[in-house]
Every structure is written in structure tokens, then in C-alpha cells.
Ligand binder design. Sequence first.
Ligand code: SF4
Ligand code: SF4
Length: 452
Amino acid sequence: MSLADASHYMRISSPRTPQVHLIESARGGHLFVADGSRLFDADASLFASYRSAIEGGSEAIEALLRQAGLVERPFIDDMPLAPPPLRALSLAIAQKCNLGCTYCYAQQGEFGGIARNMELTEAHRAVDLLVARAEPGARLNLAFLGGEPLVNRKVLRAATLHALEQAGRRGAKITFSITTNGTLLTEDDGRFFEEHGFAVTVSVDGPREVHDAQRPFKGGSGSFDTVMKRVAPLLKMQQRMQVSARVTVTPHNISLRRTLDTFVAAGFHSVGFSPMLSAPTAAGEMQSGDLELMLGEMIDCGREYERASRSRRRYPFANMVNAMREIHRGTHRPYPCGAGAGYLGVSAEGELSACHRFVGDKEGAMGSLDDGVDTSRQADWLAARHVHRQEPCRSCWARYLCGGGCHHEVIRRGRPACDYIRGWLHYCLEAYLRLSSEPETMGRDLAGMAHG
Ligand code: SF4
Ligand code: SF4
């Protein structure tokens, strides 16, 4: 059943025209206008007009859109974003790791270099770069990644306190996040993260046997029991802190519904899935058949989310919650993320990069703590990475919801997941139309969105 769903969604979401995408639901026909990511109901005759206009090509669609007053100034033009103020920084606080994950983008935490920790002085300089020009009221985020960031716990905590102090002086608001493999977490870490309202993301790849095969200790033994034992006290402590599970999906752990239910039951604040699209050794990379299977599983999880929403049951399936929010807001963006824009990564040696995945990678180099942000490289990056400069994104109806795909994965491997992305978005648009037409059954995620 899941696979049949996936094939169906891949087929009906295939790109026909860049301007619009048609969706049919139990409520009738709907028109998704790519420009501005706008969603409209369409009566039977309007829907039929668009359907035949799609056969007639771009000009016929343009004429219909013009008639409806939907082609004035485009929401997104070809102009690249000017380098914006720095708002978020991730620190590769420890370029070393105690796990030997099969697919690690950071090459066992060391990014192809020497295993090392970030020195306290470097961490403070990085914080100062983030905070120095923040205006009063600015919202900043400091993220700790690795390797395994808790290998360098002392510097992590000192940098957090320094950031709070510096941001406080400037009247800026700063939040914190950490992505950890969970194996070194202590209750004391939990208290620290709780006190400072950290968003804690724990990388877990599924129930024990699946997780252990993908995320063993460097010595080869499984890490699942250690992770779950160490994360348990944090799950109980969550008030200001949010502890989420992030699952990297490879061809070997595609049974997503079981994984989702396992981690929701364990008490994670949310559970999200990301397909493994690019690994340094190609190990674990998803191929088109795997992505089709994954789409079926994602839709299965999404349907459970819809049922839960109707019965007002909490079901924190992060991909779905985020998609509902983005569709509701009409998110339209010319980039997939803030990498190389308001978000940068810092290596343990103090080199700046477009994001945490470009640490040690010349492709995404953005200056250094010594020389500051290289704004000319940043401007070139933002010009080159604009979704209008990407193929085949320019002609894809989903371009402003998707943004063109993770830069790192696209640069390394191209775009193998477009059918999966569009199939998922089509399903999410349908689900949004269903749920938003039943306000009395809206779950907390959708109800919260009305104010978002
Ligand atoms: S990367 Fe995203 S925007 Fe580009 S073609 Fe694929 S689905 Fe469309
Ligand atoms: S480039 Fe990819 S890994 Fe980096 S922030 Fe963007 S989506 Fe994330």
C-alpha cells in the first residue's frame, strides 16, 4: 500500500509547468501558484481551464493568471539576497567523535583533517562575531555541532555563558542548540541545557538493531542502549529545553512508522527524518527506489499525524508539523536555508564556512575569525545559489517551498530526490487542505499556526 501511494504521489506531482500546480481533494479542485506559494480553491470550470492551459503551455497559463490578477510583481525576482546580518552561527566545537557512523558527512567527526577541539579563545571570538553588531532586540542562535560537541563540554558551557553575557549587554536575545549523538550526555548536561532553554537534537536512526548497525561506537559495539539510557533523564526534564530525535534515513532503516512511534512513545519533543543523499564514501546514500519507499513511509506517518490531529492526540512528526506551518505561512524562498546568508559555520581552527557541513570544504569557505566574514564570497555564493540559477529548479512548481535542495548535497551529488520532494509536498498540500477545512479537529500544531 505504501509503495502504491508513493508511485501515485510521484506521478501526480511531476512538474508540468513552472507557474502552477493542480491539486484535487475531496473538497474539489485547488490551484497552487508557485509565485508566493499561494493556494486557492478552484471551481470545476476554473480547474478545467487550468488543466487545459497546462497542455497549451506557458502563455495560456500566464493569460489565466493575468485574468485572475495573479501576475503583478513577482514575489521573488532574480535579484540575489544581499549578504544579511549574521544571525546564527554553528561552532564545530569538537572535530572528533566517539562513534563511527557508516555515512558520516564529517568523516568520523574530523572533516578529513586532524581530530581537535575548539579552544576557548576561538569559541569566545566566534561568539563575539555573532553578537558584536547585533542591534537591540535582534534574535540570535548559537549552535554546537561536531564531531560530537560534548567531547568539548567545558568550552561549550563557557561559550554559552559568554554568549548570554554579550547578548545581554547588547539587548539581543540569544537561543542555543546542540546536535549530539547522545552517548556522552549526563544529567548535569540536562540541567545546563534546561536552564538555558537549549534545543537538543539527538541523532538516532531507529530501533536498536537498525541504530546499532548504522551508528556503532568506533570499537564496533552498538550505541543505542547508551544513547537511550543517557537521554532518558533529559526527556523527563524538558520544560524550557526541547529534546528532539533526528533520524538519518538510509536504504537500511526505511521502516519509518515504527521508528517514529518508538521515539514519540519515548517522550521526544519531536521526531524528524532526513534522507541520506550524500556521504563522503557514498555509503548509505539513497537511490531512487529507496526514496520511493521512503515517500510511502512518510505518507503513512503523515496519515497517522492527520488521524492524531483529528483526535487531538499529540503526534510530533516534525517533517509534517514543519510542512503544515510552511504551507500555512505561504513560505516562498529563493534558498533552501540560511547557509552562507544569515547563518555560518565555524571550524575548530576558526575558519568560517557556509554552514556546519562545509567545515573544511573550500567550496563553502566564507572567511575566518581572523579576517572576518568574506562578504564578497558571500555575495558570489548568494548569487550562484539563488533558486532561479539552479536547474531544473527554475521550471519546478515546488521551487519556492523547496528552495532548491540542501546546497551541500546538491554540490556533492546533484538532485536525486526531486520526485520524492515534490511527492511529499503534494501530499502535504492535500493534508493541509483537509485539516484546515476541519477547524474543529485541528490539532495543536495547526491551531498554533493560526497565530504564527
Ligand atoms: S531541488 Fe526542489 S526546487 Fe529544485 S527541482 Fe528538485 S524539487 Fe524542484
Ligand atoms: S546547506 Fe544543507 S546542511 Fe547546510 S544549512 Fe543548508 S540544508 Fe543544512
